[in-house]
Design a protein. Structure first.
Length: 119
């Protein structure tokens, strides 16, 4: 199983970025997918998750109303649209996959992509 995250970069506060996570080696439509992040000196935290069908999502309170998670089964890809970015959103963002929706310890992890938000 491979999860390839991309789309990170440097953006000013108030700006937007879209992260992508391309999956291979698994039956994409059978897995819940999620994003986690880890800021410098902090523990990794949950950001957002989407269930296997795309019909169910959950997001952390800290990003609610600003971040949107989605998936495209035809492309085996998950996205995280991040709007109204804040300096506290600066972190390495990781995508993850698990057969079970709601898992805080997903089985599969991708490499991270760095998001830096300048004030």
């Amino acid at each position: 199983v491979q999860l390839q995250a991309s789309g990170g970069g440097l953006v000013q506060a108030g700006g937007s970025l879209r992260l992508s996570c391309a999956a291979s080696g698994l039956t994409f439509s059978r897995y819940a997918l999620g994003w986690f992040r880890q800021a410098p000196g902090k523990e990794r935290e949950f950001v957002a998750e989407i269930n296997w069908s795309g019909g169910g999502t959950r997001v952390a309170d800290s990003v609610k109303g600003r971040f949107t998670i989605s998936r495209d089964t035809a492309k085996n890809t998950m996205y995280l649209q991040m709007n109204s970015l804040k300096p506290e959103d600066t972190a390495v963002y990781y995508c993850a996959a698990d057969r079970f929706y709601g898992s805080n310890s997903p089985r599969y992890w991708g490499q991270g992509t760095l998001v830096t938000v300048s004030s």
